[in-house]
Design a protein around this ligand. Structure first.
Ligand code: CU1
Length: 151
């Protein structure tokens, strides 16, 4: 009886690990400050990640209207265009132009003390493409940006 139970447990464990291998969510933590800075200049995501979950924490005290931060992912070539179109989008739209196809992923715009998360599939990313992450609060992307590497 004992042997049978152990075998059953082992096969369950294999089934569970198989599920994790098929769906590999890679987690990234990043913080934004009242000094208009991200605490990371580069994020690297391995090629075997099927999804990326980015958690942005605003470690400052200023409200979103004054020092709001979001985390936006786009091709590096699109950063300037996305940021400039975002200016007129306003806080209720998280400073993201509605329907902007250049935006690959983005969090909500948050203020001091808040945390927000976005999860996206890596199937929308291409190996070798140059990606950047940045904040689209007006004027922030010049200082708040970094390199996003996939693969
Ligand atoms: Cu910002």
């Amino acid at each position: 009886m004992k042997t049978i139970r152990i075998v059953a447990c082992l096969s369950l464990a294999f089934a569970a690990s198989g599920a994790f291998a098929a769906d590999n969510v890679c987690k990234v933590d990043i913080a934004g400050t009242d000094q208009m800075q991200f605490d990371k200049k580069e994020i690297s995501v391995a090629a075997d990640c099927t999804e990326v979950e980015v958690t942005l924490k605003h470690t400052g005290k200023q409200p979103a209207q004054v020092m709001g931060h979001n985390w936006v992912l786009a091709k590096t070539a699109d950063v300037a265009g996305v940021s400039s179109d975002a200016m007129s989008a306003g806080l209720p739209n998280d400073y993201i132009k509605k329907g902007d196809a250049r935006v690959l992923a983005h969090t909500k715009m948050i203020g001091g003390g808040q945390t927000t998360t976005v999860k996206f599939a890596t199937s929308l990313l291409k190996k070798g493409e140059a990606y950047s992450f940045f904040c689209t609060f007006p004027g922030h992307s010049t200082m708040m940006k970094g390199v996003f590497k996939f693969g």
